[in-house]
Design a binder for this molecule. Structure first.
Ligand code: ATP
Ligand code: CA
Ligand code: CA
Length: 423
């Protein structure tokens, strides 16, 4: 598992930030969840709710360990999105906040974003740049409509958008999304594919010390890899990818990639690296008791019940529960239905020995002036189709073409090779 992170202990600079994020999510989300469901209105898409936490607490917010401000963006829209993605509301809160255990994965990309995982490994909290935050708010309605029309979208599932403001003024925006990779299966190889070649090479020499690193396009090609999907699954995958990429093009998004983790069934689970990077936060269950007096009665009871069990459970027990019942809602989604992923098939649609855990990630980069400038500068030196910073439609077409070209069963690869040698 690529979970090579640092522990966020109480002495860690990011402990306070993580604590504040989780406390804010817990209070804000349970507040919205407690209300009776209703239809969305236009103003829900631009709504934002402010919460001020301090060590004393008041009628509106329970006391917290630190002083900070929290903003919850478009809470009703995200509540509906979580519903569309079949997340159970109590589950969501419990996974993210009950045990207060999060592991942090430094900043894997060059963007400077930080990633945190929920303890059960289902959710990722990613800090995002202010421009990405503004952009997501701008396209939220289109994103929502897309998800509604395409529940099987391959684009990242967004569950929440928030901001924490620390007393000395630093503002941190973050989103909560699905972790594509499962808690219960080793991922033997990971690739992040864009369909371009410049800068798309993970140093092979470094793989020896860091064999779980995320590899890129050139590493993929060097290994002559393919996504093996027989006609039935190929059709589902390509169709959905096409629809998704068209949306990204229309919204002027670029720089996204297909993240693909490969689990080799024959190797199975042998590499238990995951647990070494966990962090334990003290659970403040009192917050739950004092959160919204409006919490529906039954929800409160079920949350309490779950809290009392998870508080006693060890991490192994939690993982065990996940093993039996991985993701309750995931079975409903085409690309996450085979043990949390999408299993390889051959030309006869018969299952093969790999499970793909895949999706389109990093979808909040708008083709802005900065990118236009980058295209201009790099364009002076490199040929256009090799660059990653090209206009959105070009980016999307190149991306789609590349991914479509690597979806091939072993039979197809053999036929192609035979045709190539006989020619
Ligand atoms: P950059 O802009 O430099 O590419 P970033 O900070 O925006 O980086 P991402 O591209 O979103 O980061 O992700 C970086 C890496 O984190 C991915 O290559 C992948 O290994 C991991 N990652 C990101 N999103 C997910 C996800 N939804 N599920 C699992 N792993 C993820
Ligand atoms: Ca990226
Ligand atoms: Ca990025």
């Amino acid at each position: 598992k690529v979970l090579v992170g640092t522990k966020v202990g109480e002495d860690h600079v990011n402990y306070i930030l993580a604590y504040n994020m989780l406390t804010g999510i817990r209070v804000a989300v349970s507040r919205t969840t407690a209300k009776l469901d209703r239809e969305l209105t236009d103003s829900d898409f631009t709504a934002k709710h402010k919460l001020a936490f301090d060590i004393n607490g008041n009628e509106l917010t329970p006391s917290a360990k630190y002083d900070f401000k929290f903003k919850d963006y478009a809470p009703w829209v995200f509540r509906h999105l979580r519903q569309l993605f079949r997340l159970d509301p109590a589950d969501y809160l419990i996974s993210l906040t009950s045990k207060y255990i999060v592991s942090e994965l430094g900043s894997p990309g060059k963007s400077g974003s930080f990633f945190y995982f929920s303890r059960d490994y289902r959710f990722i909290i990613k800090t995002i740049h202010h421009s990405e935050h503004k952009f997501l708010r701008k396209i939220l309605k289109e994103y929502y409509n897309h998800v509604k029309a395409n529940p099987n979208t391959l684009i990242s599932q967004f569950y929440g958008l928030h901001r924490v403001k620390l007393p000395y003024g630093r503002k941190i925006h973050f989103i909560i999304m699905n972790n594509l990779f499962p808690p219960h299966r080793d991922i033997h190889q990971t690739f992040d594919l864009k369909g371009s070649s410049i800068g798309r090479d993970y140093d092979e020499a470094k793989l020896e010390t860091n064999k779980h690193a995320t590899m890129k396009d050139l590493n993929w090609q060097r290994r002559d890899k393919h996504i093996s999907l027989g006609p039935r699954k190929r059709d589902q995958f390509i169709k959905q990818l096409d629809i998704d990429v068209k949306l990204l093009e229309r919204l002027h998004i670029m720089d996204y990639s297909l993240l693909i983790g490969i689990h080799d069934i024959q190797k199975g689970n042998t590499e238990n690296i995951r647990d070494s990077t966990l962090t334990v936060f003290q659970p403040d269950t009192h917050i739950l008791d004092r959160t919204p007096s409006k919490l529906e009665r039954d929800r409160r009871v079920s949350l309490r019940r779950a809290f009392s069990t998870t508080n006693q459970a060890t991490s192994e027990q939690i993982i065990d529960v996940l093993r039996q019942d991985e993701y309750p809602g995931r079975k409903n989604f085409v690309f996450y239905a085979d043990d949390g992923g999408f299993r390889a098939t051959n030309e006869q649609n018969i299952p093969m020995n790999e499970i793909y855990y895949l999706g389109v990630i990093d979808c909040l980069t708008n083709y802005s002036l900065v990118k236009k400038l980058e295209t201009f500068l790099k364009g002076l030196h490199y040929s256009r189709e090799k660059l990653s910073a090209v206009p959105p439609v070009e980016y999307g077409e190149r991306f789609f073409k590349f991914i479509a070209s690597i979806v091939k069963t072993p039979e197809q690869v053999r036929m192609m090779n035979a045709a190539a040698t006989s020619a």
